[in-house]
Design a protein around this ligand. Structure first.
Ligand code: GLN
Length: 321
């Protein structure tokens, strides 16, 4: 039976280097689009005219273009890695304190929390991530929990040079009024077990991790390869857990822009207000893009466009080619 030409995802000859080079070339005239996050003073100083992309395949090849080696603040992308840590620590008990449904609200929204008795909708909005930070903090001083996170990130990325940008963490510590409000509110409902200052100390430091696109694409590889980093052979989570984290990224990774991201890109992804996005093509590759200008819902404007271009050029959408 003739089933027609090979689907793009079946192409073995796909030239990923040419694809990332093309994306950088096509986006060049649009550099600077969007608005840099300015509610964190340290992030407001970043030059918006930057764009980087890196793809690391499950076979272990990395393809990069543009500012792929420049370090940026991963911000909310850290929520994926902290959830991975919390699941390792508390197992399914995580889901007693945070939900798994898309919120349809902004990342820093407080409106649903009162109706839902201090149980955040999902681990990727700020309220949910603050509860997850509280879980990772259990049994530790804040400094130890931050150390555990940093060690974990160095392990998954197989890179001992990763570090936290203390200036960014301090900048948010001084101005993160909404996060203090969310945390105090949840503490009032009994869904934070540690002092608000300690939990937010952990949360602001996890967000302030600085990674390049290349490093981030390495760090996310376990999600594309059934829970194991194929470069190192390090096992991070079970295949089932990797699949579930991907499902959450698809449904909740872009806040009230998650539907749009699924519609245009069709890959599990997690954004951060530093302008980065981690996307996962299961069984194929881990992809990181970065451009500091954000769209209206706080996701990288050009990063989202770049991933749509990539999904179109590769046929990597999980919904079909
Ligand atoms: N640290 C940021 C905040 O809490 C993270 C938000 C984000 O990246 N969407 O506001």
């Amino acid at each position: 039976m003739n089933i027609g030409p090979a689907l793009p995802s079946e192409r073995v000859d796909m030239d990923l280097q040419a694809i990332v080079d093309d994306i950088v070339r096509e986006l060049e005239p649009r550099l600077g689009e969007g608005k840099v996050a300015d509610y964190i003073p340290e992030l407001a100083r970043i030059d918006p005219k930057q764009f980087g992309i890196a793809i690391t395949t499950v076979e272990g090849q990395t393809y990069k273009a543009g500012d792929a080696d420049a370090a940026f603040s991963i911000q909310s992308i850290s929520k994926v890695f902290m959830l991975t840590l919390a699941l390792g620590k508390a197992g399914e008990g995580v889901w007693n304190r945070v939900g798994r449904e898309p919120s349809g609200s902004a990342f820093n929204s407080i409106v649903q929390l009162e109706h839902e008795h201090g149980i955040p909708r999902n681990p990727f909005i700020n309220a949910g991530a603050i509860v997850v930070a509280d879980m990772v903090l259990a049994g530790h001083a804040p400094r130890e929990a931050i150390g555990e996170y940093l060690r974990f990130m160095r392990y998954v990325a197989d890179d001992e040079t990763l570090s936290i940008d203390e200036k960014v963490a301090q900048s948010e510590q001084k101005t993160g009024y909404r996060n203090f409000a969310l945390a105090n509110f949840m503490r009032g409902f009994g869904n934070l077990h540690h002092p608000v200052e300690h939990v937010l100390g952990v949360y602001f430091h996890q967000c302030a991790l600085a990674l390049s696109c290349v490093q981030l694409s390495h760090a996310g590889l376990y999600l594309a390869h059934r829970g194991t980093n194929p470069l190192t052979g390090f096992s991070v989570v079970s295949p089932k857990r990797a699949r579930r984290i991907n499902a959450l990224m698809m449904m909740c990774g872009h806040y009230d822009g998650s539907g749009d991201f699924a519609f245009h890109v069709g890959l599990p992804g997690k954004s951060g207000v530093g302008g980065g996005i981690l996307a996962v093509a299961p069984g194929k590759a881990s992809i990181a893009v970065w451009s500091p200008g954000l769209n209206k819902v706080g996701n990288s404007a050009l990063g989202s466009v770049a991933l749509e271009m990539l999904a179109t050029k590769t046929g990597w959408s999980v919904f079909g080619t």
